[in-house]
Each structure stands twice: as structure tokens, then as C-alpha cells.
Design a protein around this ligand. Structure first.
Ligand code: ADE
Ligand code: ZN
Length: 374
């Protein structure tokens, strides 16, 4: 088990969270508060009963409960409260930059205005940025179980908010929801349209449950064409999850060559039975293959933990050690879109923290990975 000192070390590592769904941060306590405020009946008697219901056998099982939960969100203030609570957790866990997905269609299809959603989320983010050392960006995600046409309609709703990039910070589009049977190519045209609208920091959930070929499709869609690129700095290509890419050695080689960032979510993978056991998690193979893996919480209210818990579950299982934790945090800071000086500062902090760790035993000499004692 990780010692308290090790957990504190992980918490102090400056990290960027690149993959968190704001609707997935809805804790049962807030669910009850909002249900009362909005006079909505929920089919649970207590917070404990809600938590007990969070047993999933696959992604779809989870999504059914997750979309039902999101139905509690009705007004701008609810979205504010949701995001404000997430930022409290993130800041306490040492997150210094959050790249947050939101699912506009989940709300606009119920008659909630895009404006109520984005104003609440962004107001909370600006308040958090003032309160904590945290920066943020939002990623407008398309629900892939819906049609391409619906995604185009949803993208059009974002348009009025794209001019004020400093305030709203909608920086890209994402692709989430039911993966198998809804391949990335179904949304290639709408993502191309988003790029034309200057939304360049896009990512696609791929090979969470779906086959490696979905990652190949996603890479084709996300790889910026030089002629189309408006921003001067080259942004990394981001694949959300990417677990099953490890089944395809040639794909692994191209992910390494292109420095593709994988936003890995261990507790999500466990809860959704993407892996049967944490010792079967692909993170070790990803790191050994030199891939730019990062650790993220995905839907922390549903999967039993925020970002630090996601590091700790891997450390507890001896899948990673503290030096790996520094590498994973470094990958996240490098991949984030924070300003250059801020990035350099956190990379320096990470270097200092890495230098403070005991050395790893020399290969072949035996011995355990170094631990910190409480
Ligand atoms: N929406 C929220 N969490 C998700 C996940 N893990 N995969 C796909 N869609 C999601
Ligand atoms: Zn996700």
C-alpha cells in the first residue's frame, strides 16, 4: 500500500488533468441538493443508495446512469455548483490546469439552453482560477451515439462563444459516449468543420472498448494538415483512453513517433471492466513503449476517485513507482495548453521533485523500487 508520504508526494506534483467530463463529477450529495432545488424526484433514498447503484458491467451500463444523473442539472447555477465542486477537488489534488469535457447535447436535447450550461461552467472556472492556482479550458464533446447532423447542430450552438476565447476558453471538440459501432470516421466532417472554426485542440475517445482501428481513424482525423493550421504552436495529438491500441505493435510505434498523448483513466477502466484487474492495466506497457501517457479521472464521482486516487491505485498495485508518477505528471504539463512561462515553472518543480527521490535499483541487481516512509 502507498504510504501517506507517497500519497502526499503525488498530491504535490503539479499536474494537468486532460480528461474529465464535468457531468461525471456530479457527486450524489450535489445530486440530492439539486433535485430538491429543482423539485425533481430521484429514484434513490440516500447518498449511500446512489453510490451502491454505481456498479457497472460495461461502458453502456454506466452511460445510462450517467445521462440520467445529468438530468438533474437544470439551471445556470446548477452548472456553476457542479464545476465549482470539481475545481475544489482538482485544486486539492495538485491539478494546476484542467481540460474539461462537457456534453452540450445531453442538456440542449432536454430544452436547457447552451447559454445556461456554458455560463455556469465558465463562471465557476473563473472564480476557481482566482481562488486557486488553476487554469482551465473547455472541450465541447459530441455524443457519438447521435447523428453527424446532430453534432453539426450542436457545434453551431457554440459559435457565439468562440470569439471571446479568453473568457469562455472553448478550445476544441471531443467525441464521447457509446464507442463500439460509432467509429471516429462518422464525425470526421464535423471535426474538420470545428478546425475551420479555429477549434484546434480536439480529441477523440478511442480504443476504450473499441478496436485499435478506431485509433487509426482518430489519428487520421486529428493530425493537423499543415496548410490548415492557424495557430503557430504545434499542439499534441490527444487520444482519450487508447487502451486497446496496445494490441497493435505497428500502431504503438506510430503513437510513439508522433508523440501522441494518451489520456489514461485507470479507475474508470476498472469500474467499466475495460480491465478485469489493475495488474492487467496497460499503463506499464505504455510507459515502457515510450508513449506519452497521462493519468486522469474521467468521471470521478462515478468511479470512486479523483486524479490522485488514479495514481495511487497504480502505485498500490506496483504497476508504477514514484518516478513514473513524475513522468506521468510531466507528460500532462507538457501536453496542456497553459502559457509557456507557467509550463516551464511547473516542469522545473517536477524536476526538483524527481531529484528528491531515492534512485531506482540498478537493473539486474534485484531489490524493490524505492518507497517513501511515513
Ligand atoms: N462519457 C463520459 N465518460 C465516458 C467514457 N469513459 N467513455 C465514453 N464516453 C463517456
Ligand atoms: Zn472519458
Amino acid at each position: 500500500m502507498a504510504t501517506q508520504e507517497e500519497i502526499d508526494f503525488i498530491r504535490r506534483l503539479p499536474k494537468a488533468e486532460l480528461h474529465v467530463h464535468i457531468e461525471g463529477t456530479l457527486e450524489p450529495e450535489l445530486m440530492f441538493k439539486l433535485a430538491e432545488r429543482n423539485k425533481i424526484e430521484i429514484p434513490y433514498k440516500s447518498v449511500e443508495e446512489v453510490r451502491a447503484a454505481y456498479q457497472f458491467s460495461n461502458l453502456q451500463d454506466f452511460l445510462d446512469i450517467y445521462y440520467a444523473g445529468a438530468g438533474i442539472l437544470q439551471k445556470e447555477q446548477g452548472f456553476y455548483d457542479l464545476a465549482a465542486e470539481y475545481f475544489e477537488h482538482a485544486a486539492a489534488d495538485g491539478v494546476v490546469d484542467s481540460r474539461i469535457f462537457f456534453d452540450p447535447q445531453t442538456h440542449t436535447d432536454r430544452g436547457i439552453s447552451y447559454d445556461a450550461v456554458i455560463q455556469g461552467l465558465v463562471r465557476a472556472a473563473h472564480d476557481a482560477a482566482e481562488k486557486f492556482d488553476i487554469t482551465f479550458s473547455y472541450v465541447h464533446s459530441f455524443l457519438r451515439h447521435l447523428t453527424e447532423e446532430a453534432a453539426f447542430e450542436s457545434l453551431a450552438m457554440a459559435e457565439p462563444y468562440l470569439d471571446d476565447k479568453d473568457f469562455y476558453r472553448i478550445v476544441g471538440v471531443g467525441l464521447d459516449s457509446s464507442e463500439v459501432g460509432n467509429p471516429p470516421k462518422k464525425f470526421a466532417r464535423v471535426i474538420a468543420k470545428a478546425v475551420e472554426m479555429d477549434l484546434e485542440e480536439n480529441s477523440i475517445h478511442a480504443a476504450e472498448e473499441g478496436p485499435p482501428k478506431y485509433v487509426r481513424q482518430a489519428l487520421k482525423i486529428l493530425k493537423p494538415k499543415k496548410a490548415d493550421r492557424k495557430s503557430k504552436t504545434l499542439k499534441p495529438i490527444i487520444i482519450d483512453h487508447g487502451n486497446r491500441a496496445m494490441e497493435d505493435p505497428a500502431l504503438v510505434a506510430s503513437l510513439r513517433e508522433d508523440g501522441v498523448v494518451l489520456t489514461v483513466c485507470p479507475l474508470s477502466n476498472l469500474k467499466l471492466r475495460v480491465v478485469t484487474d489493475i495488474s492487467k492495466h496497460p499503463i506499464r506497457k505504455m510507459l515502457d513503449a515510450g508513449l506519452k501517457a497521462t493519468i486522469n479521472s474521467d468521471d470521478p464521482a462515478y468511479f470512486g476517485g479523483y486524479i490522485v486516487d488514479n495514481f495511487v491505485v497504480l502505485l498500490d498495485a506496483d504497476e508504477i513507482d514514484l518516478r513514473d508518477c513524475v513522468t506521468l505528471a510531466r507528460n500532462s504539463i507538457e501536453a496542456s495548453n497553459m502559457g509557456h512561462n507557467r509550463k516551464m515553472h511547473y516542469l522545473d518543480v517536477l524536476q526538483e521533485m524527481e531529484d528528491s527521490l531515492p534512485l531506482r535499483p540498478v537493473a539486474g541487481a534485484g531489490g524493490q523500487a524505492p518507497r517513501l516512509q511515513s
